[in-house]
Design a protein around this ligand. Structure first.
Ligand SMILES: Nc1ncnc2c1ncn2[C@@H]1O[C@H](COP(=O)(O)OP(=O)(O)O)[C@@H](O)[C@H]1O
Ligand SMILES: N[C@@H](CC(=O)OP(=O)(O)O)C(=O)O
Length: 557
C-alpha cells in the first residue's frame, strides 16, 4: 500500500517505489515530453484545503501538461483559514503534549486532523475505491504515528525544535498524499515526493547561509528528477528537513514558498508560480479596500516589505533564491487560473522610468508608493529611562533583554532617554490588565528596572511601500497629511533604512479609515476620491501569522 503513492527522499529519490499510473480505468495522461520546461507550482493551505479545491488544483495541473512539466509543492491543508489549519493544529498539539493533562486534547487534535483528511479524500475520490482505500490507510497510519510521537513527548516532558518540526511535517505529508491520489484518480500520472529527509549532509545553525540553500536546491532537483522519471508529475511536500535550527524557527510559518523556490532553482524551472485565493498582489488588501487594484508587477523588495508588514503575499526568503537564479515568480489565483497574476521580478530603474513615463498619467504619478498595508495585533511599549546610565548603556540593556527573550520588534523609535517599540502579539494568548500577553510579563518586568514602562494596547502598523519613494522628497509629509485630513492620530512614526517603506502606528479603531484614505488619496490618487468614512465592519485579522523575521526595523521619530 505504501508503494502506491510514496517516494520518500530518504530512499535517495529512487522513482521505482513511487510512480504508479492511475487506477480508475482511464489512460494516464503522462507528460511524456520531458523536453518541456519545468514550472514549479506552489499551492497554499487553503488551495488544497477541501475536496472541491483539490479537484480545482487537478484541473489546473491538467491544463498545464501540454505546455510544461509541472512540479507541485504543497502546504498543509487549511479548510477555512491558516490560523485554524493543519499546521496551526499541529503546533497546538505539540504545545499540549507538554501540559499535564494535555493528552486528551492532543489526541482529539490528531483525531480532528485525521477526520479532515479522510473527509477530503472521501469527497474527492468518489469513483476510485482502490485509491480511496489506500489513501485512507495512509492517513490513519500517519496519524497513528503522530499520536505515538506526541505520547513519547508527553512521557519525557520535553520537546526540541527538531521534534516540533517532525510534528509539523505531518501536515504537508498528508496533504500531498491526498493530492497525489486525487491527481491519479483523474488520470494524471502523479508521484508523492516526501522531502522531509532531503537534507542528508550535517549543517550547524551558523551554516544556514547561501551555500546551504544552494545545496538544498541541488538535492531537491535530484530527488524530484529521479521521482518524476520520464513524465510523472511530482507532488513535493513543502516541508523540507532537517533544516539547521529547525524549519519553523529558522524560516518560520509560510516556509513552503521557499521550498517551491528551491525546487524551481534545482530544476532550472522557467517560472515559479505561487497559487493563492487572490488574483495577485493588490495596491491594498482587496478584502479591506474595495478600490484596490491588481499590480501586474512588483519588485522583490516591495513584496518582502508588504509581507513583513501584514500583507502575507509571499515568504520573504523566497525572492533571494529565485532572483539569484533568474527565475521569475508569479502569483496566481486558483479561482481564476487564466488571469495573468502578479510577476515579482527586479526592475531596471532607468528602463522602467522611461516606460512608466509613457504609460502613466503624469510624472507626478511616478512618485506614488506601490501599495499600502496594515499589520494588526500590535502593542507599543514605551520605556522612559530612569537616567542611571548613559544613553548607549540604556539602549544596549534594552536590546539584551529583547534578545534574551527572543522578542521580535517591528518598529522602534528612540531618543536620548525614551524608547518606543511596536511588537506584534498573538491575541489568542492570555493578556494581563495592561493588554500585554502574559508571556511578555518577564520582559516588561526587566524593562521596569531600567525606567518607567507604559503600554499602548490595540494598535496597528500602517505602512506605505514603494520603490519610487526612495528618490522622492516629501512623500512622508503627504502620507501624514492624508492621515491628518482623515482625523487619524499617529502614535509613532518610522522610516526604515530600506527607504521603500514609511510606517506609523495608529489605534486599531482607525485602521480601516486610515487604510482607505491612504490608498485612495496617496497610493492611487483616485479621481474624486470619496472622503474617508468609518467602515461598517470591524478590522478583519490578516490571514495567518507572519513568518519569522530576522532583525529589527530601525527607525527614528
Ligand atoms: N496587497 C495585497 N494583495 C493581495 N492580497 C492581500 C494583500 N494584502 C493582504 N492580502 C490578503 O492576503 C490573503 C492571501 O491569499 P490566500 O490565498 O488566502 O493565502 P494562502 O496562500 O496562504 O492560502 C488574501 O486573503 C488577501 O485578502
Ligand atoms: N503549512 C505551513 C507552511 C506554509 O507555507 O503555509 P501557506 O502556504 O499556507 O502559507 C504553515 O501553515 O505555515
Amino acid at each position: 500500500m505504501t508503494n502506491m503513492l510514496h517516494n520518500n527522499a530518504e530512499s535517495n529519490g529512487a522513482a521505482a517505489n513511487g510512480t504508479r499510473p492511475a487506477t480508475n480505468g482511464t489512460a494516464a495522461a503522462t507528460n511524456g515530453a520531458s523536453a518541456l520546461p519545468w514550472i514549479a507550482m506552489k499551492f497554499g493551505g487553503t488551495s488544497v484545503g477541501t475536496a472541491e479545491r483539490l479537484l480545482a488544483v487537478s484541473d489546473i495541473v491538467r491544463s498545464q501538461l501540454e505546455h510544461c512539466r509541472p512540479v507541485l509543492v504543497c502546504s498543509a491543508m487549511s479548510s477555512v483559514k491558516k490560523a485554524s489549519g493543519t499546521t496551526s493544529l499541529l503546533l497546538r498539539a505539540a504545545e499540549q503534549a507538554l501540559h499535564a493533562g494535555g493528552e486528551s486534547t492532543f489526541l482529539s487534535i490528531v483525531d480532528q486532523i485525521s477526520a479532515n483528511h479522510l473527509q477530503a479524500a472521501h469527497e474527492a475520490l468518489p469513483n476510485s475505491p482502490e485509491l480511496l482505500a489506500a489513501i485512507q490507510a495512509e492517513i490513519q497510519s500517519e496519524c497513528q504515528k503522530l499520536g505515538q510521537f506526541l505520547r513519547a513527548i508527553r512521557i519525557i516532558d520535553e520537546i526540541s525544535p527538531k521534534s516540533r518540526d517532525i510534528i509539523v511535517s505531518t501536515g504537508e505529508k498528508l496533504s500531498c498524499m491526498v493530492l497525489t491520489a486525487v491527481l491519479q484518480s483523474r488520470g494524471i500520472d502523479a508521484v508523492f515526493v516526501n522531502a522531509d529527509r532531503v537534507i542528508e549532509q550535517e549543517f550547524n545553525e551558523s551554516e544556514l547561509n547561501q551555500d546551504f540553500y544552494d545545496y538544498v536546491a541541488r538535492r531537491l532537483g535530484q530527488v524530484v528528477r529521479d521521482a518524476a522519471g520520464r513524465g510523472a508529475v511530482p507532488v513535493v511536500t513543502g516541508f523540507i528537513g532537517p533544516v539547521p535550527g529547525s524549519l519553523i524557527q529558522a524560516v518560520g510559518r509560510g516556509y513552503t514558498d521557499l521550498t517551491a523556490a528551491l525546487v524551481a532553482v534545482g530544476l532550472h524551472a522557467q517560472e515559479v508560480q505561487i497559487w493563492k485565493e487572490v488574483d495577485g498582489i493588490f495596491t491594498a488588501d482587496p478584502r479591506k479596500v474595495p478600490s484596490a487594484r491588481l499590480l501586474p508587477s512588483i519588485t522583490p523588495d516591495e513584496a518582502a516589505e508588504l509581507t513583513y508588514y501584514g500583507s502575507e503575499v509571499i515568504h520573504p526568503f523566497t525572492m533571494d533564491q529565485v532572483i539569484r537564479a533568474g527565475v521569475p515568480i508569479r502569483i496566481k489565483n486558483t479561482f481564476n487560473p487564466s488571469g495573468a497574476g502578479t510577476i515579482i521580478a527586479p526592475v531596471d530603474d532607468a528602463h522602467e522610468c522611461s516606460d512608466s513615463l509613457k504609460s502613466r498619467r503624469s510624472f507626478e504619478d511616478l512618485k506614488l508608493p506601490t501599495a499600502v498595508t496594515i499589520k494588526d495585533s500590535i502593542i507599543v511599549l514605551n520605556i522612559r529611562s530612569n537616567r542611571k546610565s548613559n544613553s548607549h548603556g540604556f539602549l544596549s540593556k534594552i536590546f539584551t533583554i529583547l534578545d534574551r527573550h527572543g522578542v521580535i520588534v517591528d518598529l522602534i523609535t528612540t531618543s536620548e532617554i525614551h524608547v518606543s517599540m511596536a511588537l506584534a502579539i498573538d491575541e489568542n494568548e492570555d493578556l494581563n490588565e495592561l493588554g500585554v500577553p502574559k508571556s511578555l510579563n518577564y520582559v516588561v518586568a526587566e524593562f521596569g528596572k531600567l525606567g518607567t514602562v507604559s503600554v499602548l494596547p490595540r494598535q496597528v502598523i500602517l505602512s506605505a511601500v514603494g520603490r519610487h519613494m526612495k528618490h522622492m522628497v516629501g512623500t512622508a509629509s503627504k502620507m501624514f497629511n492624508v492621515l491628518a485630513m482623515a482625523g487619524v492620530n499617529i502614535e509613532m512614526i518610522s522610516q526604515g533604512a530600506s527607504e521603500i517603506n514609511i510606517s506609523c502606528v495608529i489605534a486599531q479603531e482607525s485602521a480601516i479609515v486610515a487604510l482607505r484614505a491612504v490608498h485612495d488619496r496617496f497610493i492611487t490618487l483616485l479621481d474624486g476620491a470619496a472622503p474617508a468614512v468609518a467602515p461598517s465592519e470591524p478590522v478583519a485579522a490578516v490571514k495567518g501569522a507572519s513568518p519569522a523575521r530576522n532583525g529589527v526595523a530601525a527607525g527614528k521619530a
